[in-house]
Write a protein that binds this ligand. Structure first.
Ligand SMILES: [Zn+2]
Length: 318
């Protein structure tokens, strides 16, 4: 009986929370790290179709989350960052063939200044008829290195052009390079978006924060089946909250409701460590030097994960 039970469990865990994925370029072999080949895209779409997944519009996931309704285990949301031309020429016909909804996040300056690799306003207006068009900043800058005034200027310039050209207000925002700090997030939230999506690998569950939704990149050779197994871990991060001043990550303190006694902690540049969980709390001294100015701390219990992105903020205030 045991092997059967085990395979049954694996089959069940394959469906785990909703997942938001992000693509960038399609069928564009010049940039292998941000590209998805057409062959790979079709393989992924076939997998969704044949494994009982439902690809839903982003707004449906957001409204379900806001109404605090149950998030089904088989929901998938597809997003595309950076308004590259290759979406229109190579991928859009396939999205249409499968009838899969999508959201394109626009780097406004690239379209406004007609950078050759990017979609024109005309093409975006056409795409708008079959999917949603959302906001990905004006200048695609590393926002944690901008002052408050510079961040606000970027939003205001980008949103004004977006609304003028597309005649709609974007509902959702994604950070350039997926980079943010508490300060950047606080400013982004003042622009009235329904949701803000990060680029931290994970899943979306009933308790997820609509202004900090996890999203997994599907680029290069991605391990889709593994990503689909991840569930969201309900975690309250007390420490760390932001990139430490001296780059020394002193301690970890995260509250969860988990019953298990052991979990894992991943730190960029240091790999996975075993963590003791006491009454649901991850509480440990780390004293690790963060090697990257962009580091991720991931805590895990079984296949549930929660990520804290730590990026050096030039104006590092809470
Ligand atoms: Zn981008």
């Amino acid at each position: 009986m045991k092997p059967l039970l085990l395979s049954l469990l694996i089959a069940v865990t394959l469906w785990a929370d909703a997942h938001i994925f992000v693509y960038h370029r399609f069928g564009d072999s010049r940039y292998p790290t941000t590209n998805t080949t057409i062959e790979e895209l079709k393989k992924e779409f076939e997998y969704f179709k044949n494994s009982g997944y439902e690809v839903i519009p982003l707004k449906k996931l957001i409204s379900t989350l806001k109404k605090k309704k149950n998030i089904p285990n088989n929901w998938i949301v597809l997003t595309i960052d950076d308004n590259f031309k290759s979406f229109y020429t190579n991928a859009l016909p396939i999205f249409k063939e499968y009838n899969y909804p999508f959201s394109v996040f626009v780097y406004v300056e690239a379209t406004q200044k007609r950078y050759p690799d990017y979609l024109t306003w005309e093409q975006l207006r056409e795409i708008k008829k079959s999917g949603s068009i959302e906001f990905h900043s004006y200048g695609h800058k590393h926002m944690t290195y901008l002052s408050d005034a510079e961040i606000k200027e970027d939003f205001e310039k980008g949103l004004a052009l977006f609304e003028k050209e597309l005649r709609i207000k974007p509902k959702v925002f994604t950070y350039p390079y997926g980079e943010y700090s508490p300060r950047v997030q606080k400013i982004a939230k003042t622009y009235g978006f329904d949701a803000i999506i990060n680029q931290n690998m994970g899943a979306v569950s009933d308790f997820s924060d609509v202004y900090d939704m996890d999203r997994t990149a599907l680029v290069g050779k991605s391990n889709l089946k593994l990503y689909l197994r991840y569930k969201a871990l309900n975690a309250k991060w007390k420490e760390p909250i932001m990139f430490p001043d001296n780059a020394i990550l002193k301690s970890l303190y995260v509250k969860t409701n988990e019953k298990m006694k052991k979990g894992g902690v991943y730190i960029t540049g240091h790999g996975w460590l075993e963590a003791k969980i006491e009454n649901g709390d991850f509480k440990m001294e780390l004293n690790k030097k963060l090697i990257n100015k962009r580091s991720r701390i991931v805590i895990s219990v079984g296949n549930k994960i929660s990520t804290k992105l730590l990026i050096k903020d030039k104006y590092g205030i809470r």
